[in-house]
Write a protein that binds this ligand. Structure first.
Ligand SMILES: *Cc1c(COP(=O)(O)O)cnc(C)c1O
Length: 369
C-alpha cells in the first residue's frame, strides 16, 4: 500500500546525518529541533501556533481538553472515519454524535450536521478524509451561527488547500478553532515513529495547549490543570524538518498517481473514481474507488492474488462498533452504509511509477471487465 523504504532511500544521507546529530547532541526531548520544526510548520501552514505532541490521537484529545467541555456535552463528527476521532470523545466522557457523510467526498454531510445540532452541541470535528477537506465554508458558517468550536481532524490531508467563495485560500487544519494532525509514517507528512501536532491561530488556546501537553504545567512544578505527557521527540522532529520541504512534491506525486488511476478507470460503468470537491484541493492520502457491481470483496481477493495490496477503509460504521455504539436509524446513514460495501483503496504513495500503476490498473480492469 505504501512504499516508505524507497522514499527514505532518496533522502537517506541527509536524514541519517540529521538523526546522528541529534544523537550527538543528546537533546532527545524538547531539543532545538522540535522548536525549529514547529516554526517551519507554522510558516508552511501560515498559522500562528503549532503545538507538537506525541501522535494524532493525542492531538485530538488535547484539542478537546483545551475546550473545557462538561461531561455529556455533544461533539458532532462523521460516522465514516478512523476510530481515533470518536475514541477521544468517549475517553473524555463527552457524547459523540455521529452523522452521515457525503457520498462523493466522503466528508461530513452538511445537512445531516445541521440536523444533529441540539442545545448541548459544543463542537464539531470535521474529518478531512482521504486527503480532501470537508466543506469548511459551510462548517464554519454553521459553527458561527450556533457558537460551536471546530476541531479539524487533518491527519489525512496535510498540505491541502481550501478555497473559500471569497477567494481566500487556507491550508487544511488552519480554518477551525484548532486543527490536528498525525505524523504516523504512512501519513502524507510522516516521521519514523509516532508524532502529531495541534494548530491554532488563537493565542490563549495555544498557551493552554502548551500546558496540557506538558502535565498542565505553565511554571515548572506548578500544575494549573490536569494535563498529559505528550511530546514530539527530537529525532522525529529532525526527520520531519527534512521532509517538510518535500511535502508539496510528495503531494504532487500522489496527485499524479491519482490522475493515472482516474484516467484508466474513466467512464467504467461499475467504477466510481474519487470526486474532487470544487473548493478543496486533494492530497490523496488514499485513492478510494467505489465499486458498484457488488463485487468489491472479490476484487480485493483478485488483487491480493496478483500481490496488489488493496484495503477497505473503513469496513464498519463507527456507530455500529461495540465501543462506540449509537442508537440510530439506518435511513439517516444511507451514504455511509453504501460506502462500507463499495469502497476499496488502491496502493497510494509517493513512489508509484507508471509500470506499477499500469500493473495495478490492468488488474482492476481485468477483474471488472
Ligand atoms: C491516523 C489518524 C488519526 C490518528 O493518528 P495517530 O498518529 O495514529 O494517533 C486520527 N484521525 C484520522 C482521520 C487518522 O487518519
Amino acid at each position: 500500500m505504501v512504499d516508505l523504504q524507497s522514499q527514505y532511500y532518496k533522502i537517506k544521507p541527509e536524514v541519517d546525518n540529521a538523526v546522528l546529530n541529534v544523537m550527538d547532541s543528546a537533546a532527545f526531548i524538547n531539543g532545538p529541533e522540535v522548536k525549529l520544526f514547529q516554526k517551519e510548520l507554522e510558516d508552511y501552514l501560515d498559522v500562528k501556533h503549532v503545538i507538537p505532541c506525541a501522535n494524532g490521537t493525542d492531538a485530538l484529545q488535547i484539542a478537546l481538553m483545551a475546550l473545557d467541555l462538561k461531561e455529556g456535552d455533544e461533539v458532532i463528527t462523521a460516522d465514516f472515519t478512523f476510530a481515533a476521532t470518536v475514541e477521544v470523545i468517549h475517553l473524555l466522557k463527552l457524547k459523540a454524535v455521529l452523522v452521515d457523510v457525503d457520498y462523493d467526498t466522503f466528508t461530513i454531510d452538511i445537512d445531516k450536521l445541521k440536523a444533529a445540532i441540539t442545545d448541548k452541541t459544543k463542537a464539531i470535528i470535521p474529518v478531512h478524509l482521504f486527503g480532501q477537506c470537508a466543506n469548511m465554508e459551510e462548517v464554519m458558517k454553521i459553527a458561527k451561527a450556533h457558537n460551536l468550536f471546530v476541531i479539524e481532524d487533518n491527519a489525512q490531508a496535510i498540505g491541502a488547500d481550501f478555497t473559500f467563495s471569497d477567494g481566500n485560500v487556507k491550508k487544511s487544519g488552519t480554518m477551525g478553532t484548532m486543527g490536528t494532525t498525525s505524523f504516523f509514517p504512512s501519513k502524507n507528512l510522516g516521521c519514523y515513529g509516532d508524532g502529531g501536532a495541534i494548530f491554532t491561530n488563537d493565542d490563549a488556546l495555544a498557551h493552554k495547549l502548551r500546558g496540557i501537553v506538558n502535565h498542565g504545567m505553565y511554571e515548572r512544578y506548578y500544575h494549573d490543570e490536569v494535563g498529559v505527557n505528550s511530546r514530539l521527540d527530537s529525532i522525529q522532529a529532525t526527520v520531519l524538518r527534512k521532509k517538510l520541504p518535500l511535502l508539496d512534491s510528495y503531494n504532487e506525486a500522489r496527485r499524479k498517481a491519482a490522475d493515472y488511476y482516474d484516467e484508466a478507470f474513466a467512464g467504467h460503468p461499475d467504477i466510481l473514481t474519487p470526486a474532487r470537491a470544487e473548493n478543496s484541493g486533494h492530497v490523496f492520502h488514499q485513492y478510494t474507488l467505489r465499486i458498484l457491481n457488488g463485487k468489491r470483496n472479490e476484487l480485493q481477493q483478485f488483487l491480493a492474488e496478483k500481490e496488489i495490496p488493496a484495503m477497505i477503509y473503513y469496513p464498519v460504521a463507527l456507530r455500529k462498533q461495540k465501543a462506540y455504539y449509537q442508537e440510530s436509524n439506518d435511513a439517516d446513514f444511507l451514504n455511509t452504509d453504501k460506502l462500507l460495501d463499495q469502497v476499496i483503496s488502491l496502493p497510494m504513495h509517493t513512489e508509484l511509477d507508471d509500470e506499477q500503476l499500469k500493473y495495478i490498473t490492468d488488474a482492476v480492469l481485468e477483474f471488472m471487465k
